[in-house]
Design a protein around this ligand. Structure first.
Ligand code: GLA
Length: 500
């Protein structure tokens, strides 16, 4: 930053004003958890051209267009997220030694005004790229022989999760029948992190004062505890990631008593390409094994780079196959009904993960939530409840704890179900179960109740089956003849278990 001083009087402090924008500018927004959301504008002005970068915690943009100068400028930043380009625009002007800037989170949202000050050169810069290991196979950790079941904080609480809410979720799960039905993990998602101490050890923010004590508490309820991180310098919510600290973090998780890690790509996209994901994920797979504690390894990179093909190679027990779920019928069905082709990649120890459950979060009807639970069970997907377990209706608890449906999800053969028929809005999905049994889901995605008729031959049954169980009505059905019909409510499901 070059300056021009208003008056030059010896021995008096005089105001000095920047005459160009060059400098490393920072905006530090304090968050209630004691951390900061930081925006760095590392600017270089040459005449009327402004170059440099803009880093908003996990987002790192190169400035690709600029207009104006100190009295009024606009900047356009660009970053690649896999094959997608993300752009941001900032406008601003220099006022004394402050840089006043404004941006919009989305093109249609309101302008956010910020004031940046000069920071030391290099502060906030993206760390240098670390070399990646050669690809090798990480040994299977022996976990998740059936899809993991538990609870995760993100869908309902996002940044509001804290020690007290995690404890109370463990209390609820232990007492409300979920633990007895098979739910096991209490998983803390993003926003628990603070930074690193002088030795590089990851520290927790104000919301989590003692992770070891929290893990002990969850274990005392007969449950297990999970945590979240990123292979990048920052997580998706902009908190501290594990970049360059993989082994150290894994050791710390093990010392705290952590049983599950969700490892979320986000911040790594500024350093590595999608094609390098396998080596990046392998690093933490190795580190977890080396920690000596069995820690379930859940990959979260939104199904990019055909993760199902290499997930098991990096020691992954589950891998997300899609972007984030939302609590809407549209989002849930787009994700759930698009999983058919991935069936061959699921197996005991290694699961396709179409994201966590939204059951009970209020955006869908109970019929729609029954569809959610049925589909995730036929898919052999992780069952991670995402609602407030302390406060749910009996109908929601019944959906989450339907043991007959859970038994389909937890079938020990671990064969993911597939779509076997689709006519208009009606779909039939089937899952082969251990001992030669089968599960069928008759789904009605349409806006009105519909009669769904299936020929027994379509279900692969030669003769009328010996035993047919309706898993939501909890009764046995009589099947004779060559077909089966059911009236399925709009957005609802009939789910059957059939033994020949
Ligand atoms: C990503 C993940 C979500 C959640 C958030 C947390 O969006 O896909 O499941 O973990 O990050 O920031």
């Amino acid at each position: 930053m070059k300056t021009r001083c208003a008056v030059l009087i010896a021995f008096l402090a005089v105001p000095c004003f920047a005459t160009d924008l060059t400098g490393n500018w920072v905006v530090r927004d304090p968050l209630p958890d004691g951390t900061f959301r930081t925006t760095y504008l590392d600017l270089h002005q040459e005449g009327s051209r402004i170059t440099g970068s803009i880093r908003v915690t996990q987002f790192y943009y190169k400035i690709v267009e600029s207009t104006g100068g100190p009295d009024g400028f606009t900047l356009t930043g660009s970053m690649m997220d896999g094959t997608n380009e993300r752009r941001v625009k900032y406008e601003g002007k220099l006022e004394g030694d402050e840089l006043h800037v404004a941006t919009r989170r989305r093109p249609e949202s309101e302008l956010i005004q910020m004031v940046a000050h000069i920071a030391p050169l290099g502060e906030g810069a993206m760390p240098a790229r670390l070399p990646l290991p050669a690809i090798h196979k990480v040994a299977y950790n022996g976990l998740a022989k059936t899809p993991p079941m538990g609870w995760n904080s993100w869908n309902k609480f996002a940044g509001r999760v804290d020690d007290a809410s995690v404890r109370s979720m463990a209390d609820a799960m232990a007492a409300n029948g979920m633990k007895d039905a098979g739910y096991q993990y209490i998983n803390i998602d993003d926003t628990w992190e603070a930074g690193r101490d002088a030795q590089g050890n990851i520290t927790t923010n104000k919301k989590f004062t003692d992770m070891k004590a929290l893990a002990d508490y969850v274990h005392s309820k007969g449950l297990k505890i999970g945590i979240y991180s990123s292979p990048g310098p920052n997580t998706c919510a902009g908190y501290e990631g594990s970049y360059g600290h993989e082994e150290q973090d894994a050791r710390i998780y093990a010392a705290w008593g952590i049983d599950y890690l969700k490892y979320d790509w986000c911040g790594a996209r500024n350093i590595y390409t999608d094609e390098e994901m396998q080596a990046v994920y392998q690093k933490m797979g190795d580190a977890l094994l080396k920690s000596g504690r069995p820690i379930l390894y859940s990959l979260c990179q939104y199904g990019r780079d055909d993760v199902w093909k290499w997930g098991p190679e990096v020691g992954g027990n589950a891998w997300r196959t899609t972007g984030d779920i939302r609590d809407t019928w549209d989002s849930m069905t787009k994700i759930g009904f698009s999983q058919d082709a991935l069936a061959p990649w699921a197996a005991p120890g290694h699961w396709n993960d179409p994201d966590m459950l939204e059951i009970g979060n209020g955006g869908m009807t109970d019929d729609e939530y029954r569809t959610h639970m049925s589909l995730w069970s036929i898919l052999g997907a992780p069952l991670l409840a995402g609602n407030d377990l302390r406060n749910m209706t009996p109908a929601i608890l019944e959906i989450l704890t339907n043991r007959e449906v859970i038994a389909i999800n937890q079938d020990k053969d671990g064969k993911q179900g597939r779509r076997i028929a689709k006519v208009g809005d009606q779909e039939v999905w089937a899952r082969a179960l251990s001992g030669g049994a089968q599960a069928f889901g008759l789904f009605n995605r349409g806006g009105a109740p519909a009669k769904i008729t299936v020929q027994l031959s379509e279900l692969g049954l030669k003769t009328a089956p010996a035993h047919v169980r309706d898993l939501w009505a909890h009764n046995d059905l009589k099947l004779d003849g060559t077909e089966y019909s059911a009236t399925v409510p709009s957005h609802g499901v009939v789910m059957l278990r059939v033994t020949q």
